[in-house]
Ligand binder design. Structure first.
Ligand SMILES: *[C@@H]1O[C@H](CO)[C@@H](O)[C@H](O)[C@H]1NC(C)=O
Ligand SMILES: *[C@@H]1O[C@H](CO)[C@@H](O)[C@H](O)[C@H]1NC(C)=O
Ligand SMILES: *[C@@H]1O[C@H](CO)[C@@H](O)[C@H](O)[C@H]1NC(C)=O
Ligand SMILES: *[C@@H]1O[C@H](CO)[C@@H](O)[C@H](O)[C@H]1NC(C)=O
Ligand SMILES: *[C@@H]1O[C@H](CO)[C@@H](O)[C@H](O)[C@H]1NC(C)=O
Length: 280
């Protein structure tokens, strides 16, 4: 009898660990609704009692009138990836409003059908190469479509490509699976020229660790979102989104919060273009 109860308990805990994809999608849509309305109430039922809320790497209290959500966001561009293994999603939102533009990345984490953590990188003018119009423009030109099942990389391959990219900032000998072509969208600045030879291998500032990595992986689109403390720019709170095709890096999008120091204290001779490749 005891064995039988233990077995039932084991089955129950396994069952609760299964991710309900429709709930994950619903919670993510409600998160977007809370951004567009500027009101957290739309997330209400989806939140667990002790939801952890991080903004630019810092824990903040989650309140119904949370200021971080209080300014309604116009969605000019939305991209979401779903990680049904970890029950998490990552959403990019771009509001290219002339007065209050914002580019936000959000990782949502669910346990037992409830949102237990919302981790966001929120960027505005002054953040790393910020240009919401540029982010919108280039994001709309890229193909992040579903990859046919027989051509998909494994989660491990996708994660390894992202890790190699971060590790080379510390160790120049790490082999990075650069794709060709590859384009980097850093803030709103783009390295791609639309040529078959476009490269993302345009230099990095060494020698820095990239700690506190949080991954959301969606193998259906070959994508991994990594939130990280960006070592070579003062451990700035950072979001990188990678598209991996055939094990190689194809697209890289970044959002980096600069703690109110324009461009995190870096200056470029050609703002909006010169920074791409210097640090991230
Ligand atoms: C997922 O959640 C929805 C909404 O609560 C529910 O209707 C559905 O049955 C669940 N699916 C599974 C596979 O548990
Ligand atoms: C959350 O807290 C409220 C009030 O404290 C309680 O009524 C509710 O049952 C709790 N929900 C869960 C899922 O624990
Ligand atoms: C948010 O709620 C707190 C506590 O109820 C209140 O003191 C504060 O004025 C509210 N802020 C806004 C912007 O409504
Ligand atoms: C922002 O990006 C847009 C679209 O690429 C471009 O036209 C504009 O010049 C950029 N602004 C700055 C300040 O770089
Ligand atoms: C640097 O990377 C290379 C290639 O992966 C590896 O062989 C080497 O041990 C690494 N060096 C350090 C100090 O980690």
């Amino acid at each position: 009898m005891l064995h039988r109860i233990n077995l039932l308990l084991a089955l129950a805990s396994t069952a609760s660990a299964v991710c309900n994809e429709s709930t994950l999608r619903l919670a993510t849509d409600r998160y977007v609704a809370s951004q567009t309305t500027g009101s957290l109430q739309w997330l209400g039922d989806e939140l667990s009692n002790g939801t952890t809320y991080l903004e630019n790497g810092k824990a903040v209290a989650l309140a119904s009138n949370q200021t971080a959500f209080s300014l309604p966001l116009r969605v000019d561009y939305r991209q979401t990836i779903f990680d049904t293994t970890q029950c998490a999603s990552f959403t990019s939102l771009v509001d290219s409003d002339a007065v209050a533009p914002r580019v936000i990345g959000a990782q949502l984490w669910l346990v037992d059908d409830k949102v237990t953590k919302i981790d966001r990188i929120v960027t505005t003018p002054g953040d790393w190469l910020f240009n919401a119009t540029g982010t919108l423009y280039y994001s709309l030109r890229e193909d992040w479509g579903v990859i046919p099942p027989e051509k998909r990389d494994s989660r491990a391959t996708i994660k390894a490509a992202a890790d190699a990219y971060f590790d080379v900032f510390k160790n120049a000998s790490v082999p990075v699976p650069w794709g060709t072509p590859c384009a980097r969208l850093e803030g709103g600045a783009y390295t791609g020229r639309g040529l078959p030879t476009d490269s993302c291998n345009v230099g990095v500032i060494q020698s820095f660790d990239m700690p506190n990595r949080r991954y959301v992986i969606d193998e259906t689109v070959g994508a991994v979102s990594v939130f990280v403390e960006f070592g070579s720019i003062g451990n700035a709170p950072d979001s990188h989104l990678f598209r991996v095709e055939g094990g190689r890096l194809r697209f890289i999008h970044t959002m980096t919060y600069c703690e109110k120091k324009p461009n995190c204290g870096f200056s470029f001779s050609r703002p909006g273009a010169g920074g791409a490749g210097i640090a991230s």
